[in-house]
Design a protein around this ligand. Structure first.
Ligand code: ADP
Ligand code: GLC
Length: 494
């Protein structure tokens, strides 16, 4: 059994803006089920404190300042969690990273440096918890200062840094670096400096014992100029320490056979029930009852990464091809507006809900025929896995985790019964339209369509395999940490 401190800026259901939130509760849950002593650290935002039952409050002192931790368990699990209480987290409504006008909070560097320092104090057992982890698992830039801050500690635990998205790097001007009072030696291109800015993500990439990302394909892609976001050189240098481990899903929470949030439950033996969910979804999005039209959907952050611009451009041709479209999302106001305009242009054929709605996301998965994910890049992606589980056929670009989790409905895969979706290559509206047309050809052959749905529904997207791969990664990180300490000790003695 390993003692693991898992640090993340969002943990579902306490806070979630995207897949990171889901993973930060489902992966610790899977590790806990494998008998690991995993404990989660995350900030206490807004009203998250009230969501925890049976809590204990602990006061700790950090650099002469008192701070509070609230201890409990992630709701509906027995995974221990510590919430870091501070007004800079708890007194900010809404999104944890963005102010209501959509721009980043001005003190994000200070807020997440504070989280990192608290993690270091817990990791070094300096706060009176009487628990010292062997390994700290850091996630994304918000936790990127943990490995460099631990680097100087002779009795440090091992560190693993998971990249959920290379595009978000936590870049700040040099004066923020000074203001944070970080050790001066960290200001170097070999450490946190990135083209005269301070980079949180570099802290994780340079100093952690092991790095991973959330799919095998993305682990390769980020070593290239196209996907590396300027850090491909560093990643290539560390390629022997870099792994791609596919995300799993919480298959209890995302299960159409038992989902309490959907209109009618179903599994492969009762797939006809899915039609009731489609009817309900059409009603909810004010779409006409058009039996000949397939219902295509998209749930997600409405940003360039997700290729939402391609969808917006493709709308006239998609409607022409014979689909209806329902979109649930929030993000770039330009795309939000263009989607709302499309609703006015195609009333009854397009429905859009701007906002974040977890329960509606389940109903959308349950009621749709096609799920569109024309992502420019996709480290892993969860919706294509949720979709396959719900008999909703994903139409995805062949990138990152999408390439690793969807089997294209080409003639060979169809014959072999392996096909579970449609993959396309070019990031263009016309390639998306062609892919949807390809899906529609199969949609109009009910037996072939049902086979596609059932193949997706029967795939195993659980954490069973991936959680074990994390345990292997942890073992490798602990070993390399020991070796680093030994060679530092030897160096010190000579
Ligand atoms: P990313 O993390 O890049 O946003 P993922 O596919 O990994 O993409 O995960 C997105 C998660 O967030 C999914 O669980 C998805 O259902 C959820 N999600 C995104 N936008 C919304 C929304 N507007 N309402 C409800 N759930 C959403
Ligand atoms: C990121 C990625 C997404 C991934 C998620 C969880 O937000 O954009 O592809 O599934 O993290 O790892």
């Amino acid at each position: 059994m390993k003692k693991i401190l898992f640090v993340s800026s969002e943990v579902f259901p306490l806070m979630k803006t995207g897949g990171l939130g889901d993973i930060s509760s489902s992966l610790p849950g899977a590790l806990h089920a494998l008998g690991q002593d995993v404990r989660v650290l995350t900030p206490a935002y807004g009203d998250t404190l009230t969501a925890l039952a049976h809590t204990r409050e602990i006061t700790i002192v950090q650099a002469g300042t008192e701070l509070r931790l609230v201890e409990g368990t992630i709701p509906e699990t027995s995974v221990p969690i510590w919430l870091l209480v501070h007004p800079d987290f708890s007194e900010r409504p809404g999104n944890p990273y963005l102010a209501p006008d959509g721009s980043p909070w001005l003190d994000n560097a200070e807020r997440f440096a504070f989280l990192c320092r608290a993690a270091v104090d817990i990791a070094m057992d300096r706060v009176g918890l009487g628990w010292k982890p062997e390994l700290v698992h850091c996630n994304d830039w918000q936790t990127g200062l943990i490995p460099p801050l631990l680097a100087d500690e002779p009795a440090r635990p091992a560190t693993v840094f998971t990249v959920h998205n290379m595009a978000y790097q936590g870049l700040f001007p040099h004066d923020v670096f000074l203001r944070l009072g970080l050790p001066r030696w960290l200001w170097s291109p070999d450490a946190l400096e990135f083209y005269e800015q301070m980079s949180f993500i570099k802290g994780g990439l340079v100093f952690s014992d092991r790095i991973n990302t959330v799919s095998p394909t993305y682990a390769e892609e980020i070593q290239t100029d196209e996907f590396g976001c300027g850090l491909q050189g560093l990643l290539r240098k560390r390629r022997n320490d870099l792994r791609g481990i596919l995300n799993g899903i919480d298959d209890g929470h995302w299960n159409p056979a038992s989902d309490p949030l959907i209109e009618a439950r179903f599994d492969v033996t009762s797939l006809d029930q899915k039609a009731l969910n489609k009817t309900a979804l059409r009603r909810e999005f004010a779409l006409h009852d058009a039996p000949d039209r397939a219902l295509a959907v998209l749930v997600g952050r409405l940003v360039q990464q997700k290729g939402i611009d391609l969808v917006v451009e493709a709308i006239p041709e998609l409607i022409e091809a014979g689909v209806q479209l329902a979109v649930l999302g929030t993000g770039d106001p330009v795309y939000e507006q263009r989607l709302l305009q499309a609703v006015r242009r195609y009333p009854g054929q397009i429905g859009v809900r701007i906002g974040y709605d977890e329960a509606l996301a389940h109903r959308v998965e349950a009621g749709a025929d096609l799920f569109l994910m024309p992502s420019r890049f996709e480290p892993c992606g969860l919706n294509q896995m949720y979709s396959q589980r719900y008999g909703t056929v994903p139409v995805v670009r062949r990138v990152g985790g999408l390439a690793d989790t969807v089997e294209d409905a080409n003639p060979t895969n169809l014959t072999l019964g392996r096909a579970s979706g449609i993959l396309f290559h070019e990031p263009t509206p016309s390639a998306l339209v062609k892919a949807v047309q390809r899906a529609l050809v199969i949609y109009r052959q009910p037996a072939a369509w049902r086979k596609l749905q059932c193949t997706g529904m029967c795939k195993d997207f659980s954490w069973r395999q991936s959680a074990r791969q994390y345990l292997e990664l942890y073992r490798a990180a602990v070993l390399s940490c020991q070796q680093a300490k030994e060679s530092a000790g030897a160096h010190f003695r000579t």
